[in-house]
Design a protein around this ligand. Structure first.
Ligand code: GRF
Length: 214
């Protein structure tokens, strides 16, 4: 099967992008595009020889204009999949419809709990015992859409937001490459609005953080 073409969208650090680049997937990352010229992930991509581009949201009058400019940049590469990796702009319904079924996002919570920002702080405030991350296809709603894979981590008494974020981030770096791999291998389909993975080991679709540390 021919390698799939990917475009990765970032806004910041780019550690999920790096995890995808490191995963040796049957894919070619054609470009990394950021809405912010200051995103540290751009330099990381460039050092690895990946073409980068900036579509600065501040230079576009409204969301529709930004979305159109972003789509034009993406279309230079005609990707099979667009992966949002810490991309912090909300994309409008037209953009989302254009990329239906080939637009993925990673969110640092066990959706549908805690969509939006500050997920780790909100998880601590809510007193949940289990937190985690979700890779999903993107719908027009905020952090909404068919779930592909989730990983759960424990929340320990006395956890700080930073400690919890770091524990979740380790899992993000496992699940995102896994989801992209399933996509690239053509093992993913939507049935009645849910993602079905045709995986050798179907239970891989649920990832649990290693057992609670003693
Ligand atoms: C990740 O926690 C991601 O889930 C969230 O923003 C963070 C981005 O981190 N949407 P990075 O840029 O991938 O390092």
């Amino acid at each position: 099967m021919a390698d799939k073409t990917l475009v990765i969208l970032i806004s910041g650090r780019g550690s999920n992008m790096e995890a995808i680049l490191d995963a040796k997937l049957p894919a070619r990352v054609a470009a990394v595009v950021s809405n912010s010229p200051d995103a540290p992930g751009l330099a990381i991509a460039a050092r690895r020889g990946i073409p980068t581009a900036v579509v600065d949201h501040r230079r576009h009058g409204d969301r529709a204009a930004f979305d159109a400019a972003l789509a034009a940049e993406i279309e230079k590469h005609a990707p099979d999949l667009v992966a949002l990796a810490g991309f912090m702009r909300i994309l409008g319904p037209e953009f989302v419809a254009r990329y239906a079924g080939r637009l993925m996002n990673i969110h640092p919570s066990l959706l549908p709990s805690f969509p939006g920002l500050h997920t780790h702080r909100r998880a601590l405030e809510a007193g949940v015992r289990i937190h985690g991350c979700t890779v999903h296809f993107v719908n027009p709603g905020l952090d909404d859409g068919p779930i592909i894979v989730q990983a759960a981590v424990p929340v320990f008494p006395g956890d700080t937001e930073e400690a919890l974020a770091a524990r979740v981030l380790r899992e993000e770096h496992r699940v995102y490459p896994q989801a992209v791999r399933w996509f690239c291998e053509g093992r993913m389909r939507l049935a009645a609005g849910k993602v079905v993975i045709d995986a050798a080991r179907p239970r891989e679709q649920v990832l649990l953080s290693p057992a609670v540390e003693k």
